[in-house]
Design a protein around this ligand. Structure first.
Ligand SMILES: Cc1cc2nc3c(=O)[nH]c(=O)nc-3n(C[C@H](O)[C@H](O)[C@H](O)COP(=O)(O)OP(=O)(O)OC[C@H]3O[C@@H](n4cnc5c(N)ncnc54)[C@H](O)[C@@H]3O)c2cc1C
Length: 547
């Protein structure tokens, strides 16, 4: 029996593969399937293409890649797997090992394939693995980002790539090299000739380049793209096979039949208030993704019997206020990782090294019994120099009145933000003592490979908080994308709670149950894996045909 929605769906669209969403995971799946000869339709809910991926820095973590090999950096899928095993949270291996192995095996082939089939060209960045000390960790060679691309290569779609909150005129590496956060003018002048050329040619880097290049590859391989098409229902045949979907477009419902399968790649659920409150209870600061990431894919998958898993995992990353599409939004930045600043919990005590890349994991740490965050509300406490050192910080701080709280003494600051004044004063006194001695006995700030890289050298991370006025700003969870969703096998096929495959249904990117959760094993461990999982789904669709 057709459902109500099916009965009202009036137009038919036939294809081999239906891809829901247009971010990194979606476009990678579409590229792989279409390059293999399948007819692919991509449905995007909004009028802009690329989702969070287009907004991103496109820092892309791909172990054992050919760029590293060309520079003589030794790496292999086996080493990458060993690293993921040793750097991931205890207890995850049993459930995720098969998926980790599939990722490590496919990631290098994915990157080579993307460069072969699209105009995208990646370049290594200088970043180490976030836990480079772990078995299999690397000091360089796994992080890449795309070189700038001219949007004009997309023809009629050139104006359809989603805008970012980040300055995509610069490459990922130029943002670092030019120290734009502290010296925006000097950093800009250093590369002014390149920026001018990009302005003249309409070229952009980072996530804009990523999505431009992927889209170009998809268009060249005949993918059909439909904007403003929100998938609202999956079509399931009497045999239980997912055979297509129904999408709403301008008040009209359309039915899409997909002969091989449907790929859910709709991103996270951070803009779905109910799901967010259920899985991330407690204080939240900012969200960095487009508001269309409402967990549609998770809901659609659950509706056909999928197991949802890792729903309490997310890309939790410090962010500052900005404006996007006319409203307040978060721009991700590790703004707390500055010498004259510390992070404190709701008791006024430090709880993490402020330079830890995975500070988001500590911010989101939960009470195992109540599930509520242990440390929140948390705060960054800083002195005069923290604010003085960055014009960029000052301009973002002005975006939201009251975000930056100021006082002449630490005791006054503590009372303004509801912290116990004595506790805050003694925390700062202890931290300042560590600065004088040059070593942080509590959290070893600035000592790991990653933290030394971030600080620009050993010893640079420690600067006392002692010069008035003092400042406080919230450091609660900011979410760039949740990481829970449909549980899949190593081919990207969606599974039921009993482990059986829902034939014809695949999931990739942030709408799948991510085998790399809140703890990032590399700085780009969403885009790299998302591209890889899209590639894996596309490969499976080429060979599986509903099995
Ligand atoms: C500013 C910023 C910078 C970042 N930088 C990095 C970085 O450098 N490296 C890194 O690894 N990660 C980074 N991230 C995180 C990364 O961008 C995301 O994790 C990733 O892009 C998610 O990719 P995705 O393909 O799963 O989803 P998205 O790219 O979010 O795509 C999902 C798409 O699905 C569409 N959609 C949703 N529901 C439906 C529906 N029902 N029907 C049709 N379409 C639908 C959405 O509109 C959206 O376009 C950054 C995030 C932000 C916000």
């Amino acid at each position: 029996m057709p459902t109500d929605t099916e009965r009202h769906a009036d137009t038919e669209g036939d294809c081999d593969v239906l891809v829901i969403g247009s971010g990194s995971a979606a476009l990678s799946a579409a590229l792989r399937a279409s390059a293999g000869g399948l007819r692919v339709t991509i449905l995007e809910k909004t009028s802009a293409l690329g989702g969070t991926s287009a907004m991103s820095g496109a820092g892309t973590w791909v172990p054992a890649n050919h760029h590293a090999a060309a520079e003589g950096i030794e790496d292999s899928p086996a080493e990458a797997l060993a690293y993921i095993r040793s750097a991931s949270p205890r207890g995850w291996q049993q459930r995720e090992d098969e998926l980790w192995a599939a990722f490590a095996q496919n990631a290098p082939a994915m990157l080579a394939f993307v460069e072969e089939r699209t105009p995208l060209r990646f370049k290594l960045t200088e970043e180490p693995d976030t836990m480079a000390e772990c078995t299999g960790g690397k000091r360089r060679g796994r992080m890449l980002s795309p070189m700038p691309l001219r949007k004009g290569i997309l023809g009629g779609y050139a104006g359809k790539v989603r805008q970012s909150t980040l300055p995509h005129l610069y490459t990922y590496q130029e943002v670092y090299d030019g120290d734009l956060y502290h010296r925006p003018l000097r950093g800009t002048l250093r590369v002014a000739h390149r920026l001018l050329w990009r302005l003249l040619t309409g070229s952009r880097a980072q996530g804009s380049a990523l999505v431009t290049g992927l889209l170009k590859g998809c268009l060249d391989n005949g993918c059909r793209i439909e904007l403003d098409s929100r998938v609202v229902e999956l079509l399931v045949g009497e045999d239980g096979v997912v055979a297509g979907a129904i999408a709403e477009n301008g008040g009209t419902k359309r039915r899409y039949r997909a002969r091989r399968g449907v790929v859910i790649a709709t991103g996270g659920f951070e803009w779905n208030q109910d799901l967010l409150e259920q899985h991330f209870p407690g204080p939240l600061d900012w969200r960095g993704s487009p508001r269309s990431n409402e967990g549609d894919g998770q809901v659609l998958a659950a509706g056909v019997g999928a197991e949802l898993d890792r729903m309490d995992q997310a890309n939790v990353y410090p962010a500052m206020p900005t404006r996007y599409e006319g409203r307040l939004h978060g721009i991700p930045f590790l703004f707390q990782a500055e010498p004259h600043a510390i992070a404190v919990d709701r008791h006024g005590k430090r709880f993490v090294s402020e330079y830890d890349f995975n500070i988001g994991e500590a911010i989101d740490r939960r009470d195992p019994v109540s599930g509520m965050p242990l440390h929140l509300p948390a705060w960054v406490i800083a002195d005069r120099r923290f604010v003085k050192l960055s014009p960029v910080f000052r301009s973002y701080a002005r975006k939201k009145r009251g975000w930056l709280v100021q006082a002449q003494t630490l005791a006054q600051l503590a009372s303004l933000i509801g912290l116990p004044p004595n506790a805050l004063e003694s925390t700062i006194a202890r931290y300042n003592e560590f600065c004088a001695r040059g070593s942080d006995d509590d959290f070893h700030r600035g000592e790991t490979v990653w933290e030394q890289f971030k600080a620009g050298g050993p010893g640079n991370a420690l600067g006392p908080v002692e010069e008035a006025p003092f400042f406080a700003m919230p450091l609660n969870r900011s979410i760039l994308g949740t990481k829970g969703g449909a549980r899949t096998n190593a081919k990207g096929q969606v599974l039921r709670p009993d482990g059986s495959v829902i034939a014809g249904l695949y999931a990739a990117g942030l709408s799948m149950a991510n085998p790399i959760g809140t703890r990032a094993v590399g700085p780009g461990t969403t885009i790299g894996p998302n591209l890889t999982w899209g590639f894996i789904c596309g490969s499976a669709l080429l060979s599986d045909n509903r099995r």
